[in-house]
Design a protein around this ligand. Structure first.
Ligand code: C2O
Length: 548
């Protein structure tokens, strides 16, 4: 067990993509950002120093933060932002987790350029439950925006209209040869024949779920969101923003006279426009004998990706994921439930506030909501307000546990297109066994929503099309080996049922990981109360916690 120290200097850096140079906010001048590497059980200490004018906070996406909720990072939820010239030390221990996670800025849209991998190796001398890879390679799926993403979201909020789309998808920050000026900005994966590689795939895109594939190579999925899964083979991986997927790639036994395209492009079901570009990279075999070095005329193989709206593929892919659920890695699914929640998630509209120059019909704006509540960010951190018992005027505990209007996916009720707003939370007693059904709504177009819960992994015990049926669906729940993760795609026009044990005291954000939906209000927070014993309580805040 070690302590790993990192220093994140937040600073501007000029980066050129798609024939244009722009100044972006980075960690240590790197884009994508630096990799954090640790072992299960290690303490990680990251000093973040803010040298830019923007307010900053960093979230360690998927790290459970057991009793270290002050280090979780979402701005105005667990901390006030780190202001220009200030710093904050994130300090946490990685308990019971190993695999791929990632870190990203958690304020406004700054995560478009502030993100990077977190690699958690198993404890020393503990092997992977799959063949040991020859090499491990992170692959970050992201976007490139020609314009400043802060300007884009600020304008969208002002006008109440949808923001612009990104200009290119990227593999490790590189858009690839389908774009102008991008031939040199192409991701290349150089491999040896006859070896096994572990690809740690992260979807860091703001607004698009992605398909990922490598021509003529099968991917062997072994882990999702830093939890081992029952291995399965696929040619295509589907990954929502927020999710991470580890796959084994076995290279061909002999160096082929060919190059293989690596491609990533969106899965999108909504009516809205999206960035329908494809990021391309190449899988290339290293020349290992003289005879090979002469051959220039490589054959180029391309992968076949599903159609952008292939919901059947998406449903089937998600059904293949099961937790390993063996003796060493048991699936600790709550078998009984103390608290049931039924949340609708979707888009709607809301009345504009006075200081907005909204351009929607009848002074309305696009909004997004959970149970018709569009979440309003407080201007101080909820965790501090909760810890010091000062909720008055900051948040209320009346978040609806069920849809406020009679709900039916197939016919939109007349009243629930208009959403309400508030800073409402749900309070859970320590160790409550929670069941949460997330129902996608068709209020203004069915879109799938990758819901991310901070502070916990949940088990996806059920999923289906149409409306959740409380009479018949629960009897079909998988309580044996459901996949365990931190981000679940709520299917377009369908539902997922999650279970988790509320064993982590603090304030925990839950939101759609499509950043545009989060900005529109598709977010809420859970408060988990302290338990009675000393080791069931959240310790007091660190002394350098930023104030608002
Ligand atoms: Cu990856 Cu609340 O975020």
């Amino acid at each position: 067990v070690r302590t790993r120290h990192y220093k994140f200097n937040i600073k501007l850096q000029n980066v050129t993509r798609l024939c244009q140079t722009k100044s972006i906010v980075t960690v240590n001048g790197q884009f994508p950002g630096p990799r954090i590497i640790a072992r299960e059980g290690d303490r990680v200490v990251i000093k973040v120093v803010n040298h830019v004018q923007n307010n900053i906070s960093i979230h360690w996406h998927g790290i459970r933060q057991l009793r270290s909720g002050w280090a979780d990072g979402p701005a105005y939820i667990t901390q006030c932002p780190i202001q220009a010239g200030q710093s904050f030390v994130y300090n946490f221990t990685i308990i019971g987790q190993r695999g791929t996670l990632w870190w990203h800025a958690h304020i406004s849209w700054l995560r478009s350029t502030l993100h990077g991998p977190i690699v958690i190796l198993p404890k020393r001398h503990v092997p992977y439950p799959f063949p040991h890879p020859y090499k491990e390679i992170p692959i970050i799926l992201g976007e490139w925006w020609k314009a400043d993403t802060e300007a884009i979201i600020n304008q969208a909020i002002q006008t109440g209209l949808a923001p612009n789309n990104s200009d290119a998808h990227t593999l490790n920050g590189l858009p690839g040869p389908l774009h102008n000026c991008a031939a040199k900005d192409t991701f290349k994966l150089k491999v040896q024949p006859g070896k096994t590689y572990l690809l740690r795939i992260i979807n860091a895109a703001l607004n698009d779920e992605m398909f990922f594939s490598i021509a003529n190579h099968t991917l062997h999925v072994v882990e999702a969101d830093a939890v081992y899964v029952k291995p399965f083979r696929t040619n295509i991986v589907l990954i929502t923003p927020g999710q991470t997927t580890n796959v084994l790639l076995k290279t061909k036994s002999k160096t082929p006279n060919a190059k293989f395209v690596i491609a990533s492009r969106p899965y999108a079901t909504g009516p809205a426009s999206f960035d329908n570009t494809t990021a391309i990279g190449f899988l290339e075999y290293k020349k290992h004998s003289l005879s090979n070095t002469k051959s220039k005329n490589h054959t180029l193989f391309r992968p076949k990706l599903p159609k952008f709206n292939d919901t059947i593929f998406a449903m089937n892919f998600n059904k293949k994921l099961h937790s390993l659920a063996n003796k060493k890695f048991p699936a600790k699914v709550p078998k009984t439930v103390d608290r049931h929640f039924y949340f609708t998630v979707g888009l709607g509209i809301s009345q504009c506030s006075k200081n907005q120059a909204c351009q929607g019909p009848n002074n309305t704006r696009v909004a997004a909501a959970i149970n018709n509540v569009s979440f309003v960010m407080p201007n101080t951190a909820l965790l501090q307000a909760h810890f010091f018992n000062k909720s008055k005027g900051i948040f209320t505990t009346d978040f609806p546990t069920n849809p406020p209007h009679k709900f039916n996916y197939t016919s939109t009720p007349p009243k629930n297109i208009m959403v309400t707003s508030g800073t409402k939370v749900v309070v859970l007693p320590y160790n409550a066994k929670v069941e949460l059904v997330l129902q996608d709504t068709n209020i203004i177009g069915a879109e799938s929503h990758p819901l991310h819960l901070h502070g916990f992994n949940f088990f996806i015990v059920g999923q289906g099309n149409g409306n959740f049926d409380p009479k018949n669906d629960p009897s079909k729940f998988n309580l044996v080996d459901p996949v365990e993760r931190n981000t679940a795609g709520v299917p377009s026009g369908g539902w997922v049922a999650l279970r988790f044990l509320a064993d982590n005291p603090g304030v925990w954000f839950m939101h759609c990981h499509l950043e545009v939906h989060t900005s529109w209000g598709l977010k809420m927070a859970w408060i988990v109360q302290d338990g009675k014993l000393h080791n069931q309580k959240l310790p007091p805040p660190p002394s350098d916690l930023p104030t608002c």
